[in-house]
Design a protein around this ligand. Structure first.
Ligand SMILES: [Fe+2]
Ligand SMILES: [Fe+2]
Length: 269
């Protein structure tokens, strides 16, 4: 099945260099590397679901779409910064960051757990790109981020459908589901994004995870509005099969927004 959009659908001629936000440029560089590296996750997922050819086919299509996200961001970044050397940054990133592609069992303990974690990742990316689109005044980046956000939302629905299929077989406990969801959210501050930020922005060695992570967070977290977080929390709770009502949702979104603002402010400038 072809992807719902291609690079030719992006209105590149509308690019307005004067409207490029330098902070968004730096985090878009990091995102281009992470997205472009999706094939390693596809190999990992195909190993975990080795007896499900239908799902494997979907995973390959998913990886192609994720790689296209990387290509679209790369092209925009190259227009905004002629000195950006994608290939050099990507090589540096993939040499220093590896996921366990040889694993034959999910690092989340079960296939349902793996799919809950995948849902959480797609929730994170769909809300992240919505927040970037809402923040960018440069129209081409805004369009790219809107397209990516809608793909990520569709990916969420895809992994959610398969999670429902595997759930009756695995039945992870409520604590296991909570641990997987929370664990995956906390991992978003781990090495992958911080290291991508470091490699993409040609930072000088040595790599200090805490510093690169702060640099990244300071720029990314300021883009979030409460509505992005409300939607992300509702989707995460649904994927984890955790109970939620309107009051709890509003309370959690309020706390998450305060937390991100605090993280953005407390990161060293
Ligand atoms: Fe993506
Ligand atoms: Fe995705």
């Amino acid at each position: 099945m072809p992807a719902p959009w291609s690079l030719d659908d992006i209105p590149w001629k509308d690019f307005e260099p004067a409207k490029v936000d330098p902070d968004l440029l730096r985090i878009a560089k990091a995102a281009s590397l992470v997205e472009r590296n999706a094939n390693d996750y596809a190999i990992y997922l195909c190993n975990i679901f080795d007896d499900n050819p239908e799902f494997q086919k979907i995973v390959h299509q998913w990886a192609r779409e994720e790689e296209q996200h990387g290509e679209a961001l790369r092209r925009w970044v190259e227009m905004a910064d002629a000195n950006f050397d994608f290939e050099k940054s990507f090589r540096r990133f993939t040499e220093g960051f590896r996921i366990p592609i040889d694993a034959d069992r999910s690092v989340r303990g079960s296939r349902t757990g793996e799919l809950i974690a995948r849902c959480v990742v797609e929730v994170g990316t769909s809300s992240y790109y919505s927040a970037l689109a809402d923040t960018s005044e440069e129209p081409v980046l805004e369009k790219i981020c809107r397209n990516i956000a809608s793909d990520e939302f569709r990916h969420y629905k895809l992994f959610y459908t398969y999670m429902q299929h595997y759930y009756p077989k695995d039945r992870p406990s409520i604590f296991a589901r909570l641990r997987i969801a929370l664990g995956r959210i906390l991992e978003s501050e781990d090495d992958e994004l911080a290291y991508a930020y470091f490699c993409a922005n040609d930072e000088a060695e040595p790599y200090v995870r805490k510093e690169s992570s702060s640099e990244y967070m300071r720029r990314a977290y300021r883009c979030y509005k409460p509505q992005h977080l409300e939607r992300a929390i509702a989707m995460t709770m649904k994927a984890s099969r955790l109970p939620l009502n309107d009051r709890l949702l509003r309370g959690l979104a309020w706390m998450a927004h305060r937390f991100l603002r605090w993280r953005a402010r407390s990161a060293p400038a």
